[in-house]
Design a binder for this molecule. Sequence first.
Ligand SMILES: [Mn+2]
Length: 327
Amino acid sequence: MMVRTNSIERILSEFQPGRSFVLTSHSRPDGDAVGSLLGLSDLLEDRGCRTEIVLADPVPAVYRTLPGAERIRHATSPSFGDSDGLRPIVILECDSVERTGLRSLEGRYLINIDHHASGRNYGDLNWIDPDASAVGAMVYELLVAMGQPVKPETASCIYAAILADTGGFTSRSTTPATLSMAAELARLGADPARIANDLCFSSPECKVRLLGTALVNMQRQGTIAWSWATLGDLERLQAMTEDCDGVVNYLVGIAGVEAAFFVVELPTPGEYRLSLRSKSHLDVARVAESFGGGGHRAASGCLMRGSLESVIERVREKVAHDSVSLT
Ligand SMILES: [Mn+2]
């Protein structure tokens, strides 16, 4: 699908000093969402813009150490408290408005900045770059284009976004340009070891115990591995849905496994969240799209309904079918 995309210059022309913006990203925010929001907010504030950051879900514990994370408001709609009630909304990393989980966005001027293969032109301005390794990498391009001094805190947030979305610089989207950005961000004051420690080596204990349960549940059939966690598992370990983030990477990390998926039961009865990973030519964004979700070739997800058994069976069948049709 060809996506008509606005230029970075056109995006930049919106960010005039004195203007006010609401910044948001997807529900269940990940490292790219949180890091990009904080980085872009800093850049805009330094330019003399005002920003409010709103997310429909709380910031996961592991990202709360990012500088400025306390400025992120957890709410279901932007505040209407100030006089400029119809501030433009900058939406990062969302392939639809719905993914923000926010209400009251109707009639607002939307600036859509995204790198999903499933990205759509739902905004008034759309800058979509499926080749970008992270939205953090797109915020970095804005940083360069702005040509203003950058604080170490800003560099840290953007670095964290790129680190998180490339799986620690291991994804296929990690290019020489990605590594150059990381190097430049480190020069600007981002501390690679400290950020890696905060993001990768600071898991709550319940998260690691939940991983143990998920690994015990794991099934494998040929090149496909899958696992799940029930609400009962989460309650027993006093874990939250966010503690399941990353479990699927262990499944796809097995030698000989080409595709993996993980299903977690949500508090809403009959609802599940599916995470998919591929390290072969299988495009899991398309698998997720067939169930109403989206994402990237190698990493995607969606919501599913039904019983745990039926959800797993439908996904297993689709992944097996799509894997076979590629060979
Ligand atoms: Mn991303």
